[in-house]
Structure formats: structure tokens, C-alpha cells
Design a protein around this ligand. Sequence first.
Ligand SMILES: Cc1cc2nc3c(=O)[nH]c(=O)nc-3n(C[C@H](O)[C@H](O)[C@H](O)COP(=O)(O)O)c2cc1C
Length: 383
Amino acid sequence: MKNISKIISVFLLLIMTQSIMAQEHKAKVLVLFYSDNGGTYELAKEISKGIENKGNAQAIIKQIKVSTNPKLKDIPVASIEELATYDGIAFGSPIYFGNISTGMSEFLSKTVSLWTNHSLEGMPATVFMSAGSGAGKELAIQSFWNSLAVHGMVLVSNGIRGIENVNKNIPQGNTVLGVTSLASVKNVERPSESERYIARLQGENFAKVATALKGTFANKAATNNSSNEKSADINAVLKQKQIMLLQVPKPAGNYQPFVRSGNLIFINQVALKDGKILNPGKLGVTLNEDQVKEATKATMLNVLSVLNEAVGGDLDRVKRCVQLTGIFNTKDDYTKHADLMNVASDLTVEVFGEKGKHARATLGASSIPVNSSVEIQAIFEVE
Ligand SMILES: Cc1cc2nc3c(=O)[nH]c(=O)nc-3n(C[C@H](O)[C@H](O)[C@H](O)COP(=O)(O)O)c2cc1C
């Protein structure tokens, strides 16, 4: 009996090792997209299906920044640095005026150090885009190709692949460069069946090229990041440091969670967590310093959550933290407000690096609304 279970264990181990080796052998393709309304994401899913169709490649879907769209908010965000680690990248974006969308264009502008390090040279790339009417759809893919060509990527087009099976009774988004979807041509649900079909073919063909070219280029990571780029990708920093931004607290009166005036964002928060005040009360009477520090961290996380909303989920748009003011509910003779506020200051610098360094004021109060032990007022400069 013992021998049989030993044989089964060895057999299972062999199968697991083989499947791990097969996985490692597969081409790893990043399907990287930006989307406002979800149309590009729908295409990204079809492209991914196509990539995985023959079992020789693995598709990893990521977006370029955190989205506030409920359909997209849980999709992981890619860092600039990781682009160099794949065997191919399928890029997706909405079309803006026959061109790349602003979001994708901003993302590409952060890839300078990948470019100067030749990190993407020789790596295959393909492009898919979600359109409205389809105006300028080929122009848009072509202009996307310009940036990828400057990176030295190998551009994989569709040609007239799949044309025989496209339903020609309605307008379709297929182009010779890559698939698009005509999202505002609503005689059928979009992407249409034919657009989804072409997207899958595009993915399948791209996987073939990525598999063939796997290992033929350097996969060189960007090493000499410019300071500009280093300070970017705040979402990756949050992920790495396991800092979770909470749900934005709703205003309790006739005011806004934030106000933008020019390039400045003004935010005020108390220690609300999970719908109630964390560690309510007065320091030195009902609370000790550790409890107030915990409340201060929760308050600063609320500030960052509101800020995240203010910049549309793209914390890279924060140019700097200008000022933080910490107000603490303390006894009259308390003097160590600065120690309490350091929790908020440290968190801000941890997230934003140099850009997080700020001017600061701290003060004591005899009471704070809703019995919070702390209130933080924050001013950020944004793009
Ligand atoms: C500023 C702007 C410019 C646009 N320009 C075009 C265009 O030139 N051609 C087109 O077909 N659609 C255009 N559209 C429509 C979008 O490409 C379309 O809504 C797309 O499906 C959005 O993709 P998404 O669902 O992934 O956000 C434009 C949209 C915006 C906001």
C-alpha cells in the first residue's frame, strides 16, 4: 500500500514538474490596455483568448493605470519596468481623433528609459483599438505604431486575415494593421461577433510570432531611470508597500470631498474607517498616543483615497504634496503633536518619495467633529 502511494506521489510530482516546465517554456504576452468605457477591454479579452488558443503562449491582461470604471477597477496595473520582461506586448487603446488616447500617450511618454536602454528592441508588438464611428481607425493604429517603431519593436499586422468570415452586412472594425471595434455603430452589440473573431485571430497570430521570437532579444530592464520616471508609477509603489486605498468617505454636509482650484487640490479628512470613527476620543483622557497614531494613519489614507479620486485614479499626476495640517484632540498641556503627525508625513513621503515632502502645521483642539481624535487638512499640486 505504502509503495503504491509512493508511486502515485512520484507520478504526480513528475506531472507537476512537466506542467511547470511547459508553463516556463510558453511565450509570456502582455495584453496592455487603456480604456474609458470598457470597449478596449472587451477586445483585450478576445486578443488574450486568441493568444492562448494554441496553448503555446500565456496572456497576461493589465491596464496602464487604475481605473474608476467599476468594470475595470480590479484589473492589475502594469509598471513601466515590467514591460521589458515579456516575450511580446499587445497594446490596446481607444481612438482619440485618429490617434492614440491621451491616457496611453501619457503612459508611452514614461517609457523613455526603456527606449534609451534598448529594452524593447526586437520584441514583437501588435495594436488593437476601440473606435466610435471608426473615423481615422487605420491612421490611429499607424500613429500608435510610430511610438513602437521608435522603440525598435517588431510590428505585427493583421493583413486581411479572417476577411472571408467577416459579416459584411454591417460595418466592421477590421483593418490590415490590427483590429478595431466600432463602438458607436450600434446596429449590433459591440465588439461585434466579427470584430471579436478578428481579435482572436490577431491574438493567435501574435502568439505565433512571440513564440518564434522568444529568447531572440535582450529583455533588458531599464536601469538608468530618469528621476522623472522613478517618481512615476505611484500605483506600483502602493502595491509593493501593500498600502490599500480605502473607499472615499462621503461628505457629511453641504461640501465636496475635495476642491480643485487651478492646479491645487484641497482635502480635509477625519479618522473614518469602515463607516465609523477609528479610536474616537481625546488623547490623554480616553486615548493613548498609539491609538491616535493609528487614527492618524487611517485619516491620511482617507486623504490619499480622495486625492486618488481627484486625479481620476492616476496618482502619477500628483506633482507634489504642498502642505499638511494635523489637528489633534488633546488635553491643553499636550505638546508632542509633531510625533503624532509624523505618521501622516512618513506615509506621504513613503508613497510619493521626494514629491511627498511638504510644509506642515500641527495644532491641538479641545474637540474635533464626530469625536475623531484627528483631522488632517491637505493641499496637493497636480498636473
Ligand atoms: C477625445 C475623443 C476623441 C475621439 N476620436 C475618435 C475618432 O477619431 N474616431 C473614432 O472612431 N472614435 C473616436 N472617439 C470615440 C472613442 O474612440 C470610442 O468611444 C472608444 O470606443 C472608447 O473606447 P473605450 O470603450 O475602451 O473607452 C473619440 C473619443 C474621445 C473621447
